[in-house]
Structures are given as structure tokens and as C-alpha cells.
Design a protein around this ligand. Structure first.
Ligand code: SAH
Length: 230
């Protein structure tokens, strides 16, 4: 950890707010065990307790930064609900030398969580000003193993492929084939899929050692649509 990260995370009020948020995530994970989801690993919860979420929301939303729900970040986009961030991160089972791709950087909060847990993080955001803002903030907060670019994530990011984990935080109608292609054997892809707000399902795709993909439904979810793709 760099000194700036330690400093940012070091505000007492926010540390306590994050502790409560983590307890809420833990409790929520227990409620969803009946679905495809299970308890969330301590490693992921520790990352959730470390990242200063209040820095990733607009100033006027700061008071609610540690509530367990999504918040608006401008451009019609949102910062995802903390529980969903934890759950999707957990599904990837990241190791500290893994290479991860994120599609849908938004404010960069999920990117920071991935940065705490993986070796290299590549993140793509289609709204250029959001990509620029997230890249600057992540740099300022000391998340050095992250690269953000503006673009359409439907095509993945071939230069850094294949990936141990891929996470998509906006919902397409169907899983883009390029993302499956850019997954390593043994790799894991967490993605919400479905048309409209009420028919999305969080899906986990795992690629086995022979390169064959398997898909598992985890939970009904609600994400902004994955745009682009033409
Ligand atoms: N990961 C964010 C969630 C952001 S919401 C978090 O930590 O809270 C989803 C984001 O996906 C939005 O910013 C939206 O602009 C972006 N997005 C939508 N379609 C995209 C596409 N085709 N490629 C890249 N980003 C996309």
C-alpha cells in the first residue's frame, strides 16, 4: 500500500462506516445462500473495508457513500450496490497475481476493489469523461496496478488477454463472445445478462482446462444496460 492509500483510508468516521457496511454485506450474503451465491470470502470483505467509497461518489452523495445501495454518479450511470460489488468480486476468486478485465469502469470503485485483490487490472468505460475521471482518481488514491481506457467493452481488451477474471458491470442481452474468448482456461467471468430492468440475471461463466465454458445463474439483478456493440 502506498502512503496516500493509507491516508485516504485513515479517517475514523469513514472506517467505522465501512465496518458497518461490511457487516451488512456479510448479513445479506447469508440471506442469499439459497440462490447460486454463498458467503463472501474474508479477503473480499477486507478489500471492501479498505477502499474509501466516499471518494468515488459525487460530493452531494457522500453522506450516503456507505449505505448498501447504488447511487447516481452522473451521465445517467450509477455506482453499484456494495453487496453486489462484493458478490461479483467474490465470484472471480482472485489471486494476487491474477490479470483482470473490468467492463464498465463508471466511477472506478469496483476497479479499486479489484486492484486490492489482483495483480493487474484493466478497465474499459464507454463514457469518455467517466473513464478520464476514474483514471485520475485511481491514480490519486495510489491504485497503481490499474489501467483505464475509454472504449466499448464488447470487444474486450485483446492486448492484455487472456484474463484470469472478467467482470462486466452493465447488462448486455447476451454474453459478448469476445469476452468468453479472452478468458483463460480456468478463468471466471461474472456478468449480468438480460433485457430491461426486471429480467436480468447475474451469471457466472467458468472456462474449464479444456477451454469449454460452463454457465451458472447466480441471482436476479438490476444493472444499467451495456451500450455500444455495433
Ligand atoms: N463498476 C462501476 C459500475 C458502473 S455502472 C462501479 O464500481 O460502481 C456501469 C458502467 O458501464 C457505466 O459507467 C456505463 O457507462 C458503462 N458501460 C455501459 N456500456 C459499456 C460498454 N459497452 N463498454 C464499456 N463500458 C460500458
Amino acid at each position: 500500500m502506498t502512503s496516500s492509500k493509507t491516508h485516504e483510508a485513515g479517517d475514523a468516521i469513514y472506517i467505522e462506516a465501512r465496518r458497518l457496511m461490511v457487516e451488512e454485506i456479510r448479513a445479506m450474503a447469508e440471506e442469499t445462500v439459497g440462490y447460486g451465491a454463498g458467503p463472501i470470502s474474508e479477503r473480499v470483505l477486507a478489500a471492501m473495508a479498505a477502499v474509501p467509497r466516499h471518494r468515488f461518489v459525487p460530493d452531494e452523495e457522500r453522506y450516503a457513500a456507505y449505505d448498501n445501495h447504488p447511487l447516481p454518479i452522473g451521465y445517467g450511470q450509477t455506482i453499484s450496490q456494495p453487496y453486489i460489488v462484493a458478490l461479483m468480486t467474490d465470484l472471480l476468486r482472485l489471486n494476487k497475481d491474477d490479470t483482470v478485465l473490468e467492463v464498465g469502469t463508471g466511477c472506478g470503485y469496483q476497479t479499486a476493489i479489484l486492484s486490492e485483490l489482483a495483480g493487474e487490472v484493466y478497465s474499459i468505460e464507454i463514457v469518455e469523461p467517466l473513464a478520464r475521471h476514474a483514471a485520475g482518481l485511481l491514480r490519486e488514491l495510489g491504485y497503481a496496478n490499474v489501467e483505464v481506457k475509454a472504449g466499448d467493452g464488447h470487444a474486450g481488451w485483446i492486448e492484455h488477454a487472456p484474463y484470469d477474471g472478467i467482470i462486466v458491470t452493465a447488462a448486455p442481452d447476451q454474453v459478448p463472445q469476445a469476452l468468453i474468448d479472452q478468458l483463460k482456461p480456468g478463468g471466471r467471468l461474472a456478468i449480468p445478462v438480460g433485457e430491461g430492468w426486471f429480467a436480468q440475471e447475474l451469471i457466472l461463466i467458468t472456462k474449464d482446462k479444456d477451454g469449454i465454458s460452463h454457465s451458472k445463474n447466480i441471482l436476479p439483478v438490476r444493472f444499467v444496460p451495456l451500450t455500444g456493440g455495433d
